[in-house]
Ligand binder design. Structure first.
Ligand SMILES: [Cu+2]
Length: 155
């Protein structure tokens, strides 16, 4: 009887520690998520494609020019008010999280040197393009700047 009681006690202790651990992880996780304050962007800022136009037929390599109104471009790592750097989303179905640094891969290209245009080699067919401005830490702004998602047809 005593042994069963002791065992139950140990199990209860383990369950309590487990929940305590879960709670602590949650608190630490929420704290770290809140530690990075989002960078403010002017409400009248606009991000758009200068070229190509939506539904334009183009040949590869494609010249893509990024347009930004009422904000400036600064390289990644440079924390200057009202600036950011361009990110080009290529054939990306779902937007990435906007409260964390944008991922870097074939579908999410960073222009961390402050480039405002690029030349892309794309296979023939339809492709979608979208721009997202990121702050010095590659995180979208508090008022996220996202362009229209355009479709281009590559010959
Ligand atoms: Cu970036």
């Amino acid at each position: 009887m005593l042994k069963i009681k002791q065992k139950t006690h140990i199990i209860m202790k383990n369950i309590i520690s487990f929940f305590a651990f879960l709670y602590c992880s949650f608190v630490i996780f929420s704290a770290s998520a809140q530690e990075i304050p989002l960078t403010e962007a002017p409400e009248n800022a606009v991000l758009y494609f200068i070229e190509p136009a939506n539904l334009e037929t183009v040949s590869s390599p494609v010249v893509i020019k990024f347009g930004l109104i009422n904000m400036g471009v600064a390289p990644a790592g440079v924390n200057l008010a009202n600036t950011g750097h361009h990110h080009l989303l290529i054939d990306l179905e779902e937007l990435p999280a906007f409260d964390a640094p944008l991922p870097a891969n074939d579908n999410v290209r960073h222009f961390g040197l402050g480039q405002t245009e690029t030349t892309l080699s794309l296979p023939s067919g339809e492709h979608t393009l979208q721009l997202v401005l990121g702050d010095w830490l590659h995180i979208p702004h508090n008022n996220p700047l996202v362009s229209e998602k355009i479709t281009i047809i590559v010959e």
